[in-house]
Each structure stands twice: as structure tokens, then as C-alpha cells.
Design a protein around this ligand. Structure first.
Ligand SMILES: [Zn+2]
Length: 395
């Protein structure tokens, strides 16, 4: 019945480009109710929500020319339930059906209890999937937490690079070396060597190769590095009640970072591992710690000197401001610009004539800004849980 209702709704929604749940429901409620009067009325609501999500996704694809179909296909169905359609006990779920309430015992996942005890059930979300062959229901519950996200008093901006992550903390740029490039390259060549050797002996689908790859633990090591660094940064932000500023990445092209790498496969791999991964890890940790995150456009962040509003001309990682003549490290320049962009986008902060100010106190952005950067080798920060107080190390 749910499937039928969904299938009936979708063509209407697509033809009329209805992407509002309210609209869809208003126009179709009576029809849906007349289709299956024995079903509890709230199914007419949830099927509309479901349909709207599907239609939105479909129209997006269509606009990009990614689909030739006229309507979204209905392959997988999970039935959406709102708060009127289910009751959750500790070890059972009760679902409203056309035959009244049906109680189903729950076989719980280990995460279930963790969330069940500390989080509230979101008002509108539970989805169930019917597995006819196994005579089973899979229940997806959406939990929500009252997010204690604070209004940030300041920002920590982050610039993710091929080989380091630079953070601007208390107006001091801190460069965390990640060695991601070396790790990625190292693994890449090791894999290639193994592949060539065993493919020649056993053909391309051999198991020996696979087993050796598994021993590399490439993924684990990278994940470890990422989450460790993300935690250090997020904890520092939380301590200061600061928000985190990340670059808004274009979907498939972190160009600035990859422009120098010619090898296509290699570009792909570095892109995958180093860049997106670290951003995601930071976002995840931030969510966990209720630290707000904003994303700003990275356009020109490593090109324009914020003091003189002038072009910076590079020779390698270092560049010279064409007006002031001061030297900038590319990544340091980037975090300063990201930071300032966050202030501007924040609305609450005005630009004063002497430069930028935050809460009335001037941002110490002077010609010394570039030389103040702190470099931290990976071997050091990997052992930390947070930044040690003076966080000064040799360059
Ligand atoms: Zn300058």
C-alpha cells in the first residue's frame, strides 16, 4: 500500500515540480486517504515526506543530465513513520497499521542503547524496511540531541594542504605536518610494486596481492592520523568557545592543491585521502563536541595579501606581497584570509579603517604575521591530546 501510494504520488510531484511537503500533502491528502481508507491517516503525511525527498533528488539529477527517466524509480522502500505511527518501548516497537497496532520485538544493535539512553527520539523519524523472505523488519531510528552548539566568540580557521594542516589559533598560525603526501605516495608505489610482481605470476585477480594489501593497514593509519588531528583542533576550539572555519570545497576539484601533480591516478588518490578526509574528520569531531563549523569560499585565499589588499607573488611555498614587500607562507596566508572571511561573513563584525577588528579589539595582523608561524612535526602532535600551553617548537 505504501509503495502504491508512493508510485501514485511521484509523477504528479515531478510534473508539477513540487518540492514542498506542505504543498504535496495539501494537494494529495484526500486522494491518498481515499486510496487506502483503512490505513492510519498519518501514512498520507509520511508518504508525502518520502516522495518530496525522492523528487528533490531526482530533479537535481535531471538538471545535471544524470538521468533520462521521466520519473524517479522506486526500488528500495523503507516506510517512514512519524510520531503518531510508532511507539518505542525498550525492547519492542509498536507500529500503527491498517489492522491496528502491531507489536514487534526488537533485536537491538549495540549503538542502540548508547543513543537510547542519552538522546531523544526525533519527532518525525523512524523508517522500517520489510524483509519478506526473512520475515523481518529493519527499523531505522533517528535520534536527535539538543545540540548545545554555542554562538562562537571567535574562529579557528583551517587550511588543509597536501602535506600539512594549518590552523590559526589565537592569531598564531600553527602548521601541523601530516606527511600525508609521503604516506600516500609511499603506499601508492608499494602497492604498485606488489601488483606488478604478483599479477605477472598469478594474473590480475590473485589473492596473494589482496592479502599483502591488507597487511599495509593503509586505511587505518590514515584514519588514525586524521582523527587525532581533528580532535586536537576541535578541543582547542571548544576550550575557546570558538567556531571552526573550513574551506568550502568544490565537489570534485581541490585545484589549488592538485595543480602540480601530473599523474592522474596519483591525483585521485591524494585527493581522496588527504584532502577530503581531513575536512570530514574535523567536521565529524566538531559535531561530536558541538563545535560550530562554517565554510567559506577559498577563492584567492592564498593570493591576496589582507594587509595591503594586493597580489602575492610566489616562488615555491613562499610569496612576496607586491605592495608591502613582506613575505608570506602560502598556508599561513590562507588561514588568515579564511579567518577574515569568516569575520566578514559573520555579520556581527565591522571592518574598521585600521584593518579588521573583533569585539572592538584589533586583530594583530601586522607585517610580522608571517614569521610567527609555529611548526609542529607529526611525530610530536601524534602523541598529544591537545596543544600544550605555550606550543612553541623549533622551526
Ligand atoms: Zn602586503
Amino acid at each position: 500500500m505504501y509503495r502504491e501510494m508512493l508510485i501514485q504520488l511521484l509523477p504528479y510531484a515531478v510534473e508539477n515540480e513540487v518540492t514542498s511537503y506542505i504543498m504535496l500533502k495539501a494537494k494529495n491528502y484526500d486522494f491518498l486517504r481515499s486510496l487506502y481508507p483503512q490505513l492510519p491517516s498519518h501514512y498520507a503525511y509520511t508518504v508525502c515526506q518520502d516522495a518530496v525527498e525522492r523528487v528533490k533528488g531526482f530533479l537535481r539529477k535531471k538538471r545535471r543530465g544524470l538521468t533520462k527517466k521521466d520519473y524517479p524509480e522506486v526500488k528500495n522502500i523503507s516506510i517512514w513513520l512519524d510520531e503518531k505511527l510508532f511507539r518505542l518501548g525498550y525492547a519492542f516497537i509498536r507500529i500503527a497499521t491498517h489492522r491496528g497496532w502491531v507489536e514487534v520485538p526488537l533485536e537491538t544493535h549495540k549503538h542502540y542503547w548508547r543513543y537510547r539512553n542519552s538522546w531523544e527520539l526525533a519527532k518525525y523519524h523512524a523508517r522500517i524496511k520489510l524483509d519478506k523472505r526473512e520475515r523481518r523488519l529493519t527499523v531505522y531510528l533517528v535520534f536527535k540531541r539538543d545540540v548545545g552548539e554555542y554562538k562562537p566568540k571567535n574562529w579557528i580557521s583551517i587550511d588543509v594542504n597536501e602535506d600539512n594542516v594549518t590552523a590559526l589559533i589565537d592569531y598564531t598560525p600553527i602548521i601541523f605536518e601530516t606527511g600525508q603526501k609521503r604516506i600516500t605516495l609511499g603506499y601508492y608505489y608499494r602497492r604498485k610494486r606488489v601488483q606488478e610482481k604478483w599479477d605477472k605470476k598469478l594474473g590480475p585477480k590473485n589473492r596473494v596481492k589482496k592479502r599483502i594489501f591488507e597487511k599495509f593497514h593503509e586505511r587505518d593509519r590514515k584514519r588514525d592520523i586524521r582523527s587525532k588531528l581533528a580532535k586536537i583542533i576541535v578541543v582547542e576550539a571548544k576550550k575557546r568557545r570558538a567556531g571552526i572555519v573550513l574551506e568550502k570545497l568544490p565537489k570534485n576539484a581541490p585545484k589549488r592543491m592538485l595543480e602540480k601533480i601530473r599523474d592522474r591516478q596519483l591525483r585521485h588518490r591524494i585527493h581522496q585521502s588527504a584532502f577530503i578526509g581531513i575536512q570530514k574528520a574535523i567536521e565529524e569531531k566538531a559535531r561530536e563536541y558541538d563545535v560550530p563549523v562554517i565554510k567559506v569560499s577559498p577563492k584567492n585565499t592564498s593570493r591576496i595579501c589582507p594587509i595591503h589588499n594586493a597580489l602575492v607573488v610566489y616562488d615555491g611555498r613562499f610569496g612576496v606581497c607586491t605592495v608591502g614587500g613582506e613575505v608570506w607562507h602560502r598556508d599561513v596566508l590562507a588561514v588568515w584570509n579564511l579567518y577574515l572571511r569568516a569575520l566578514q561573513g559573520d555579520g556581527g563584525f565591522a571592518l574598521s579603517s585600521g584593518g579588521f577588528s573583533l569585539d572592538g579589539s584589533p586583530v594583530p595582523l601586522g607585517s610580522t604575521a608571517t614569521s610567527e608561524a609555529v611548526w609542529i612535526e607529526k611525530s610530536r602532535w601524534l602523541r598529544w591530546n591537545s596543544l600544550p600551553p605555550p606550543y612553541k617548537t623549533k622551526r
